[in-house]
Design a protein around this ligand. Structure first.
Ligand SMILES: Cc1ncc(COP(=O)(O)O)c(C=O)c1O
Length: 423
């Protein structure tokens, strides 16, 4: 076996194997958008109880059907638990019949891309967006990806309309000629919460030009300030509007609130789209994408263990975000800019225009052993956004984050001093 294969065989997690392993005690990897061990560890007891509960029922009352190919959308009872919980969290109804169980938002997006959009079509994305969603889109090499300007309150509607209106065509092959992909609630990487006006504007444009809006809603319930007016953009696509057709998909996941290894998520889709997804070979061939684990998650909710765990994650993230942004507000050099996010995982920092965050990253790694993700990783061309970087508050406990934020600010002060404008 080659050395490389041997290393691969020993990898234990996604962030393993490189010099910036997030579990390495001497470094601070602020690039990682995932919960750390201190949050994940109570899952061991909770999932053991839920598994016992679930399998007992399967044996005695359900003909062990959890091990059978599931119904394509997932068992009704699983969808019911998700719908009930998120209706309460969103303060807006989620209907079980609109849900399709997935193995997480990554797969939800992939299902949408492979079934709903004309392969000669267009995907509009925010100028800075979730970098791995971009990677997924690029696999569909005939699709055209078009970046759209992003402001502090969400996508620039004028730019979106201009770009959409120029490219619209009538697809003979698929339901949609175009998709706008975004993360409207606590955006990745910018932390932005799209304003109600922007959300309404997006829905209006989607109806006018009949494109599909796909929202990764993986941070929606992680609000650390007032709850947003409506937690997800889908709620702005009001069914009682006279021109309603169903233009928005909400792509949800338990990765950030129970654990990424669980690999359970759900798509919430309009009625006109559900049969297309349910009828696709990709969804149909395997039955429910994750029948077994989704059943365990159902028990986790029935035993009220999921609710408790989500509360714990939420409280920890909130504490981490507030503590980290407080340090940054006090200690970032004045020439840098930060809009403290009101929810989610990410803090987007702007450094002076003459600097390059990729170069500062090298300095920060060398001087302070702190890693983060420089802006260009989030742009389609891999070059734009050099004056930004993204920090994540998810992985480390508050004390480590506070110390890290102080050291990062110190590194940035020194770096700016060494590299004045015009030098
Ligand atoms: C916007 C966004 N979408 C999707 C994902 C991945 O979600 P999942 O683990 O449910 O596939 C992430 C994780 O970082 C994310 O930030």
């Amino acid at each position: 076996m080659s050395e490389k294969n041997n290393t691969e065989r020993l990898l234990k997690h996604l962030f393993d194997g490189g010099p910036w392993n997030v579990y390495e005690p001497n470094i601070l990897n602020l690039g990682v958008g995932a919960p750390g061990t201190d949050l994940l560890e109570s899952n061991c007891d909770n999932f053991r109880k839920a598994t016992d509960h679930c399998l007992q029922r399967e044996k005695t009352k359900n003909q062990s059907l959890i091990f059978q190919y599931g119904p394509t959308s997932g068992a009704y009872e699983v969808r019911h638990e998700i719908a009930t919980y998120f209706s309460e969290m969103y303060e807006n109804p989620v209907n079980s019949e609109d849900l399709i169980i997935t193995t997480g938002a990554t797969q939800g997006l992939h299902l949408v891309l492979s079934t709903l959009i004309d392969f000669q079509g267009f995907i509009f994305v925010d100028e800075f967006t979730y970098m791995i969603a971009l990677d997924s889109m690029k696999h569909f090499t005939s699709l055209n990806i078009i970046p759209v300007k992003l402001n502090d309150d969400g996508v620039d509607l004028k730019d979106l309309e201009e770009k959409v209106s120029k490219r619209r065509f009538k697809s003979e092959k698929k339901e949609f000629w175009g998709i706008y992909y975004t993360i409207p609630t606590y955006h990745n990487p910018t932390g932005i919460l799209f304003s109600p006006d922007i959300c309404r504007g997006i829905v209006k444009l989607a109806r006018k030009y009949d494109f599909l809006v796909v929202c990764d809603d993986v941070y929606t319930i992680l609000h650390y300030d007032e709850k947003p007016t409506l937690s997800r953009l889908l709620a702005y696509d009001n069914r009682s509007d006279p021109d309603f057709v169903g233009s928005v998909i909400s792509n949800g996941s338990f990765s950030k609130i129970l654990g990424p290894g669980v690999r359970v998520g759900w798509l919430e889709v309009p009625a006109r789209i559900k049969p297309i997804l349910d009828g696709s070979g990709f969804a149909n061939s395997g039955g429910c994408f994750n029948n077994y684990t989704a059943g365990i998650v159902r028990s986790l909710f029935e035993l009220k263990l999921a609710q408790k765990q989500i509360d714990r994650f939420y409280e920890a993230y909130k504490e981490r975000m507030l503590a980290t942004t407080e340090v940054l507000r006090d200690e970032l050099p004045q020439s840098c800019k930060l809009v403290s996010p009101t929810g989610g995982y990410f803090i987007w920092v702007r450094i002076p225009d003459h600097l390059d965050a990729r170069k500062f990253l090298e300095y920060s790694m060398q001087e302070e052993k702190i890693f983060f993700i420089a802006g260009p990783r989030f742009s389609l061309d891999g070059e734009s956004g050099k004056q930004f970087f993204r920090l994540s508050i998810a992985f480390y406990a508050k004390e480590k984050l506070v110390d890290g934020a102080r050291r990062l600010c110190r590194a940035l002060r020194n770096y700016i001093e060494k590299n004045p404008a015009g030098s």
